[in-house]
Each structure stands twice: as C-alpha cells, then as structure tokens.
Design a binder for this molecule. Structure first.
Ligand code: MSP
Length: 506
C-alpha cells in the first residue's frame, strides 16, 4: 500500500485566515481524500507558524501578551478547518514543547554534521516576508529599497549562525536532475534549478535582536531564524528525532503543497537542510498560484481580503471548493469574482450534475416504483457510454495523481454532460409508453454513471456527492474506487430526491 504524507504550509498567526490559506488547505484535503479512496494510508498535517518578528510585532501592535496572542490567532486557523470540510490528522503549533524539542534536535544534528558556523550577518531583511535579500534582488522606488515582493526591507547587522548552503548546490542539482517530478509544475522546477545554478550563498539561520523564537541550543543569545524553525514542523509531527517510530517510518518523505511565494524555502533551503541532517528530501513540492479579487491583488491595505466564512456562507461549501479547483488549473494564478462563481456553479453543478441527478432520480422514483432493475442488455449507444465511463475514470486517476485537479473535474463534467445528452436522445419518457424494458436499461445506465461520477467527486465536493449517493442508496462501504469501472451488479433503489445545487442568482 502506498503511504501518503501531505502538508500545508503552516500559517503565520499575524492575521486572520483568508481565501489564500483556505485554498492551500482545501487542496491538501482533496489530495488526501483522493489518495485514501485509492487505498493509501494518508497523514494530513497543517498548523500555525507562531515565531519570528512579524508575529511578535502583530502581538505588540494588538497590545496583547505574545503567548496569549498566538494562541488566540492559532485557534482561528484551527476552527476554520472543519468549516472548509477538511479532515486532518494533526494540527501543529510551533510554540508547542514537542516542536521546540524536535527543532533543537534538528539544529544539533546539523551542528554535529559540521553544517553550521558562527559569524556576522550584514545585509537586508524583510520582516513582512521573513526573508533575507541580496543587493541585486532589491528594487529601488523613490530612493527607497524594497524586496522583489514589494515588502519594505531593513539593514540588519548582527552576530549570526550560518548554514553552509553554498556546499549543497551541486547535490541539489543532482537530486533534481534525477527526480524531475519532485517539483511541480514544470515551470517552477525550472525556476528552482536556475536559482540553484546561479550560485548559493551560506544562509543566516539565527537572530539576536529579538527573543520570540526557538532558542539555539548551547547559545541562548540566539533564536533560530523563523524559517528553519517553521520547516522543521514537518518533522516534528512525525516525531523526529525518533526516526524509528512508526509515523516517521511510514510517512517520510512528504508531499508539500505550498504557494509560489514560498517555493524557494521549500525547494532549496529545506532539502539542503534535510540532506545535511542525513534525511531524505521531500517526495514532492507542488507550488500553486495566487488568487486576486476581481482582478486586484489581495491585500489588507486595499481592504479586499476574502473571508472564507463570508463566501462559504454566501455560496455554499462545495460550491466554493468546486469553483476554486475547477476554475483555475492548479498551479496557475486565478481571479476570484462573483460573476465567475455564479457562471461556474450554475453551468457545472446546477445545470449539468444537479439537473441529471434530479431528473433521473425523480423520473425513476415515479415510474419504476423506486426500483431500477439490474440489466446487461445493452445496445451500441449504451456501450459508447460504458466505454466513456471507463476512459473517464482512467483519465481522472492520471490527472489527480499529477495534481491536475481542474482536468480531473473536466473529465467528470464531460461524462455527466454526455449522459445528459444520452438521456435526451433516448427519451425514457417516450419509452415509458412503448418499451418499458428499454426505459429500464436507459435509467439503469444513467443511474450507474451518476453513482460513479459522484464517487469520483467525493474528494472535491464530499458533502454533495454523499447526498447524491444517499439518494441512490449506495452503502458507505461501496463509496470507493473498488469496481468503479464495472456497472453495479444489483437493482438500484431510489430514495426521495432532494435538491442539491440551487442556481445562484446573479
Ligand atoms: N509561515 C509561512 C509558511 C511556513 S511553511 C514551513 C507562510 N505563511 S503565510 O500564512 O504567509 O502563507 C501561507 C500560504 O498561503 C502560502 O502558501 C501562500 O502562498 C498562501 N497564500 C497567501 N495569500 C494567497 C493568495 N492570495 N492566493 C493563494 N494563496 C496565497 O508563508
């Protein structure tokens, strides 16, 4: 059995969760549910990143004790998870004792492996990005310097421990040449490779000008740089440094889903740290794009952040899950607009899927006394649809195995619209008067497709797909990929249909 360890980035607690955070978490939930349906043992981790200057500053600005502040803010992220319909295995906070212990052990391992030395850092730092920048990366605007992200930078001069990143360039390149699918999409892989090729400098990994962090072992003047602390969360959760425990053995290396803005930390620094600590690099790092709001960059100062509670309360959970992952290829940037949500949900969920379920189940309930008999008596049109089902499932599997979530949804929607067209051409309402047996066959096949498509939709819209499977009386033990390409070998009983996807009025 394939084991699958999937992680979200851990979220900074300087602010409340917004659509960007919800997006990454739902992406991981979709992949987690998909791999479970494929029979894998899955471990799904998320949590909060609570140290560093940015978070400390937010606590000071809010005039709340930092410990109390981070707990309150972390709770906002934790509470959001079930609201997004996500089922996680662990929620990690970097202020927990287990994390302090694990990250300090990781540090000691790097130190023992002669990967860390003490020196002085002098250069640019952006608190908003929690990142160091070199002179040549900066952008000059009105005689002031900014990070390439647009964030302000400050000049920092302090004693600092360094990680010997410069020694890892060739080893990283060799690893990525051998494992070309370990960074996706391909454009991101190319970006990472060319960054490494441009030459890596040693990385400052401790700070002395503030205290809000994990103390460096053996030198309490220093706290760890927030990124080395944060990245270690992926190891803490599987009980590092105990590499012989079951979680570590079953689940490392992980698949990390991250936004494109934090790819360098995950695809350059993190694998180098790991290799330097004698740990295998991540299995895969997938970088997704960013959402804008009605064409504008989302930012607190513009006041256009999107609250996940607002949009889910307005449009419905599955509607938003579906929109986010059908509208935009996973990996690309996307624009969030009310018009686009209404168009997408109405076309795909109401008019295609919902309409098919509604008309077939209502018709079958009424005209077959709630029971559609099993049959194998198929004609050419039926066989075309049966072949399409088989192909669709194979394509769906391939796409989701490659994280091409939008493509997998296109496949399902195509199967459903072909089924709608099949019903229109077979016209069971006419067959009712002329050929009851043929009517039964058309209904049996259509209902089978609805069941199979609903099972394929379970990772993306679990609540609605389960409601449809409830209408069709499919037992919980049959809601998986087992035998999905074969038609059901039993009569189908129909419960009272309930509306699943009301149309969104624009
Ligand atoms: N704390 C770090 C991650 C440490 S992981 C060891 C961090 N946190 S964050 O809260 O700032 O961002 C978390 C994730 O949200 C990132 O993957 C980021 O790309 C994502 N998003 C933030 N805004 C976004 C959009 N507007 N759109 C899509 N995702 C975006 O970085």
């Amino acid at each position: 059995m394939n084991n699958f360890y999937i992680t979200t980035p851990i979220y900074y607690v300087n602010d409340i969760p917004h659509i960007g955070h919800a997006y990454t978490t739902i992406a991981c939930d979709i992949l987690s549910r998909f791999h479970k349906l494929c029979g894998a043992k899955v471990y799904f981790l998320t949590g909060t990143d609570e140290h560093g200057q940015k978070v400390e500053k937010a606590a000071i600005d809010a005039s709340i004790d930092t410990n109390i502040f981070v707990s309150q803010m972390s709770d906002n992220f934790k509470k959001l998870i079930p609201f997004l319909g996500c089922e996680i295995d662990d929620f990690i906070r970097t202020t927990e004792p287990r994390h302090k212990q694990s990250s300090q052990q990781f540090w000691l391992k790097l130190k023992n492996n002669n990967q860390i030395y003490l020196s002085n850092y002098e250069g640019w730092y952006s608190v908003r990005d929690e990142a160091y920048y070199s002179d040549k990366e900066l952008i000059k605007k009105n005689n002031e310097f900014f990070a390439p992200t647009g964030s302000p930078v400050e000049w920092v001069k302090e004693e600092s421990y360094f990680f010997k990143l410069s020694e890892w360039g060739d080893k990283l390149l060799a690893y990525y040449t051998k494992n070309p699918d370990s960074i996706l999409p391909k454009t991101r892989y190319n970006e990472v490779v060319s960054f490494i090729k441009s030459g890596l400098k040693d990385l400052s990994i401790s700070r002395t000008t503030f205290k809000w962090g994990v103390e460096v072992p053996d030198n309490s003047k220093h706290v760890m740089y927030v990124w080395i602390d944060a990245l270690c969360n992926y190891l803490t959760a599987i009980k590092y440094p105990d590499k012989s425990n079951k979680l570590f053995k079953d689940f490392w290396p992980a698949t990390h889903i991250v936004g494109k803005d934090i790819l360098r930390f995950h695809a350059v620094y993190w694998p180098a740290f790991l290799m330097a600590a004698d740990i295998e690099p991540p299995k895969k790092i997938f970088a997704h794009g960013w959402w804008t709001n009605e064409g504008q960059k989302i930012s607190k100062s513009l006041g256009n952040t999107i609250d996940p509670y607002d949009i889910i309360n307005t449009y419905g959970l599955d509607q938003i899950r579906y929109f986010l992952f059908r509208e935009v290829p996973f990996g690309n940037d996307g624009d969030f607009s009310k018009n686009a949500i209404a168009n997408r949900v109405n076309a795909d969920l109401s008019n295609n899927y919902g309409n098919l379920v509604q008309r077939i189940s209502t018709f079958a309930k009424k005209n077959c006394d709630s029971q559609v008999k099993n049959t194998t008596n198929f004609n050419k049109e039926d066989n075309i649809l049966i072949d399409l089902l088989k192909n669709s499932f194979q394509n769906y599997l391939n796409f989701l195995n490659d994280q091409k979530i939008d493509q997998s949804l296109k496949v399902i929607m195509n199967l459903l619209s072909e089924t709608n067209a099949y019903i229109d051409s077979q016209a069971p309402w006419n067959l009712k008067k002329t050929n009851i047996e043929r009517m039964n066959t058309v209904l049996f096949l259509s209902l089978n497709i609805i069941v199979k498509a609903s099972i394929m939709l379970l990772p993306i819209i679990p609540n609605s797909a389960n409601k449809v499977l409830d209408i069709l009386n499919i037992s919980l033990k049959n809601r998986n990929f087992h035998n999905i390409e074969q038609l059901i070998d039993a009569n189908l009983n129909i419960n009272n249909p309930v509306p699943i996807f009301p149309r969104i009025e624009k």
